[in-house]
Design a protein around this ligand. Sequence first.
Ligand SMILES: [Fe+2]
Ligand SMILES: [Fe+2]
Length: 308
Amino acid sequence: MTRGGFPFPVDIYYQTDDKLEGVYHRGQNKIWDGKKVLSSALKKYGLPQIDAEKQIAVEALFSIILWGEYAAWNVSSQLSSMLDDYGAKMAAVSQAHDEARHFYVMRDYLQTLGHHPRPLPAPVQYILESVLETPDLARKLLGMQLMIEPVALTIFRFVKKSNVDPVLTELLGYFEIDESRHVALGVKYLPKILKRMSKFEMMNFLLWQARMIRAEIQGLKYMEPYLITLGMDPLEVFEFTEQRQIECLKMVTLEMGLGDSLWAPIVKLIDFQKHLMFRSNPKASFLRRFGNSFISTFLTSYTTEPHS
Ligand SMILES: [Fe+2]
Ligand SMILES: [Fe+2]
């Protein structure tokens, strides 16, 4: 099912996943011209005039987004070659087309700020490389569609809300519409692979996910000062991301006809890391913070509801 090559999968020629084929058609119907959208926003609002401190924050966050878009473009291209189901293949290639547009639009926008490309922070580099380099289809789908995409969508939403620059706000509206289509490939296709996994494979898969979550939280911690500069509450951003990811994982288990117990340890892990990174007193020793986070996570009742 996941050869991506010869012989052609004639058996599924007509039994392709209609919902995923629909992602391709919706992408085609809602396509937008990045060059035109950026130039008309610049004409409408003029060149970005951002306060110096905020501009540093915008550049720091969106240089990460830029390379995230580049990675998403490459990963979705890999997926379009690896997948055999025609509908899934069409969804992946449509995503690759969107991500290429996101990359050049973000690059051109950053250029208007006089931005020069910069290296990625280590945890973000770890995440993007792990997803790019893994030959495993399940890890690629989980990593890109259900872990990286929700983070990008959250950042877009919060930066849009902060309206630091009307040009950026306008662009992000277009990005959001495209990105919201991309989650479907993971939700629809991942369950097919998970159902065929042995217990051992599943355990390794969940361990890989746990390492990714750890790096993702470190990445969000790196962004913390920039989020604050742009008037956001880092914990609110974190919790919004967390909710989005958990909703995606729940959709996967629903598609598999299972309860949420598969992800329960992962949800606990996210909660634990959150306490450690965002809620504990940064002046306390690491051991004390670790202990407090452990107690508040594992010795309190299990919940996946949003924290108020
Ligand atoms: Fe994108
Ligand atoms: Fe995307």
